[in-house]
Design a protein around this ligand. Sequence first.
Ligand code: SF4
Ligand code: SF4
Length: 332
Amino acid sequence: MFAKLRKHVSVRHAVQILFAIVVVYIGLVFVLFIDQVTNNSFPVISRPAGVEAFLPISALVGLKAWLATGIFDSIHPAGLVIFLAAITVSALFKRAFCSWICPIGTLSEGLARIGKRLFGRNFLIPNWLDYLLRSVKYIILLFFFWAIFFGMSGADAAAFVQSPYNMVSDIKMLKFMQQLTGVGMTVIGLLLVCSILYENFWCRYFCPYGGLLGLLSVLSPFKIIRNQKSCIQCGKCTKSCPNHILVEQTNRVWSLECTGCLNCVHQCPVNETLSFKAPMGLPSLSLKNLAFSLLGIWAVLITIAKITGHWETNMTMEMYKRLLPLLDQIGH
Ligand code: SF4
Ligand code: SF4
């Protein structure tokens, strides 16, 4: 039974499941924490750091404030740490954050698998529309990047970090999800259906975070390398690529869409023909070594953040109790 299970759960899937469990756990504890504050009950549950992983814009403003003033975000420090970890991972191992760590990427992959079961395949968007749609995530990214790095001064960014709006942005996000409007439900429903029909629909076309990580992945020393001499042109690599990269037609994958999932390496029937390699004679990374590297980087950065006091928020229970009743007025 275990052998059968191992066959279906690759190392990457195991890492994805691990991160998904952590995210669900943090989400549930956060819901209980907010209930406790709302009901004014005796505080037994602390706010779980890490919930701000879902506040990438706050993290980007926090980064600007940090660069401009030297002061690290004390309201959502874990958000900035997670953002820096995602950047580090992408600058080293392509967009591995998307295919190994991000829970939205995991969900997206699961939905595409449902589509494959239902229809025997995922559908393809015509090339011209695919190119057009792929630019959307960069346009959204440019908008936020411009607004934060050019439209805001360092003092503005620091003021935003300490603003009541930013302080309760995690709670606002939770309430938004709990009280979804008809429009919100329609948009999410459409995205879910499209993700079943088209592989990586959200990540490929609309996720500005993925867009940013893709741009940074140019720096990655590790790339998928194909040995032209031993390749038998079977096309299995291209067929297995969730990002429609024509692996068998290139010797080195430069694409910003490569998420370092290593599906292609795993599927290649000829030993040592495809590898995830860095130059300068460094050994290629296997699935297991990549998993250890990603988990190692994550663990080291979070440990450093914890030791140096850059992980837990400095928001007190009293501050939450004071701000929570004003939630609807804050930001209007
Ligand atoms: S299958 Fe290969 S080329 Fe395609 S995204 Fe994964 S690692 Fe990159
Ligand atoms: S799967 Fe391997 S052998 Fe087949 S085309 Fe790709 S690189 Fe060549």
